[in-house]
Design a protein around this ligand. Structure first.
Ligand SMILES: NC(=O)c1ccc[n+]([C@@H]2O[C@H](COP(=O)([O-])OP(=O)(O)OC[C@H]3O[C@@H](n4cnc5c(N)ncnc54)[C@H](O)[C@@H]3O)[C@@H](O)[C@H]2O)c1
Ligand SMILES: [Zn+2]
Ligand SMILES: [Zn+2]
Length: 393
């Protein structure tokens, strides 16, 4: 089959690789019809090189049809399914608490990481990913979300990651209708976090340096601002001078902006080209996260407010302004999204014909799988108005 593979920093290629086969009785094999590229894939593309091996199949936002179902998979050939980005058992201590990204059955203990993720480096189990013609789905008795036949792929596809991630980001703000929320970063995650907060009755402000990303959010009733100190002041003014009740950081470790981020960018660039044995410990000890968006969030949120981090951070020694965090009495919540914990609440919105979350206004580019190298480059550089790419194998 054809699959998108990681070959080195900023280098992906489509290769012919062996078709996946059933390995456990609760596995299933999916013929992929749509696979999206995520902002998290950009971290592999650029920063997380020390944890990748040339030839790794990437991608974790996939859906398609079951072509082979293990006897204990609870699926049948022909079922149309969306595959959550994490692999979880559904039955352990953490899964029963709704913390599927911490699943004790699939935890990558040798890396001290949470549950396995599709196509997401040695840190998360080096499981072959879903930007491919076929995908082996372990724990298919629990993970895959069976969907109907009526709607097109793009209405369901984002149940794999973007929608539950954005939903969790909003849930973790602990805000309710009438509260104010600011979203920092209007990539795919920020777009839906903003829309979900709006849908739940919050007043939503958002910042992003990219004009067409601001325009998309504005179409959905979000008050939009460029990134930078003037925007922080403007949002603060609009929230009685205090700042919003919560801020969602939907940027993560590759933020653009301040001096710290420029230094960390240099560290990230250097680490990528080190041999893995040298690069991995550097990632663990050096301040390699670019923290501009997190610093903005800390500055912006009101005293006693909440910062909900959905952007992924990867360094172990990132400098944080503890004095400000403590003095402002800020609560910080974060984590990979627990997909299965949220999807039942989201599916009615996805299937609602009035499209309350505006999912029809989201995908900017659809491309054949073979065009993955161009798609990655365009998405990373934000060229041609690119906000979300779907690859069709
Ligand atoms: N928690 C989870 O489970 C989960 C799931 C998916 C993605 N993510 C993470 O969420 C983050 C966003 O993902 P995405 O798909 O939306 O990707 P993205 O890279 O397209 O979005 C990031 C956005 O942030 C903007 N930005 C950069 N620096 C900024 C700054 N200083 N201030 C304001 N905006 C700034 C960029 O212009 C861009 O629009 C990534 O870190 C990704 O890894 C987390
Ligand atoms: Zn993703
Ligand atoms: Zn589990």
């Amino acid at each position: 089959m054809k699959a998108v593979t990681w070959q080195g920093p900023r280098n992906v290629s489509v290769e012919t690789v062996p078709d996946p086969v059933l390995q456990q009785s609760n596995d299933a094999i999916i013929e992929v019809s749509s696979a999206a590229i995520c902002g998290s894939d950009l971290h592999l593309y650029e920063v997380l090189g020390p944890f990748m091996t040339a030839g790794d199949i990437i991608g974790h936002e996939s859906m398609g049809r079951v072509v082979e179902a293990g006897s204990e998979s609870h699926l049948s050939t022909g079922d149309r399914v969306v595959v959550p980005f994490q692999i979880a058992c559904g039955d352990c201590f953490y899964c029963r608490k709704g913390l599927q990204t911490q699943c004790e059955t699939t935890q990558v203990t040798e890396q001290r990481s949470g549950s396995q993720l599709f196509g997401y480096s040695q840190l998360y189990g080096a499981v072959p990913g879903g930007q491919a013609e076929y995908l082996r789905v372990p724990h298919a008795d629990y993970g895959p979300i069976k969907v109907g036949e009526e709607l097109e792929d793009h209405r369901y596809l984002f149940l794999s990651d973007v929608l539950p991630t954005a939903w969790q980001a909003v849930a973790y703000t602990h805000c309710e209708a009438g509260d104010s929320v600011a979203v920092v970063g209007l990539g795919p995650i920020g777009q839906f976090a903003a829309r979900i907060a709006k849908h739940l009755g919050m007043t939503v402000y958002a910042m992003d340096p990219v004009a067409e990303r601001r325009e998309m959010a504005a179409r959905h009733g979000v008050h939009v601002f460029d990134s930078g100190d003037e925007s922080v002041s403007a949002i603060r003014e609009a929230t009685s001078g205090r700042g919003p009740d919560a801020v969602i950081d939907a940027v993560g470790m590759e933020a653009h902006g301040d001096a710290q981020s420029a230094l960390a960018k240099f560290a990230q660039r250097s680490v990528q080209f080190l041999p893995d044995k040298v690069g991995q410990p550097v990632m663990a000890k050096a301040g390699v996260d670019r923290l501009a968006a997190l610093y903005t969030s800390i500055d912006l949120v009101r005293r006693g407010g909440t910062i909900s981090l959905s952007g992924v951070y990867g360094g172990q020694a990132s400098p944080l302004p503890m004095l400000t965090l403590f003095d402002k009495q800020i609560q910080v919540t974060m984590g990979q999204a627990n997909v299965r914990n949220w999807v039942d609440g989201i599916i009615p919105l996805v299937e609602d014909h009035s499209d309350p979350l505006g999912i029809d206004d989201f995908v900017t580019h659809r491309m054949p799988l073979e065009k993955a190298p161009e798609a990655y480059s365009m998405f990373q550089k934000k060229e041609d108005g690119c906000i979300k790419v779907v690859l069709n194998p």
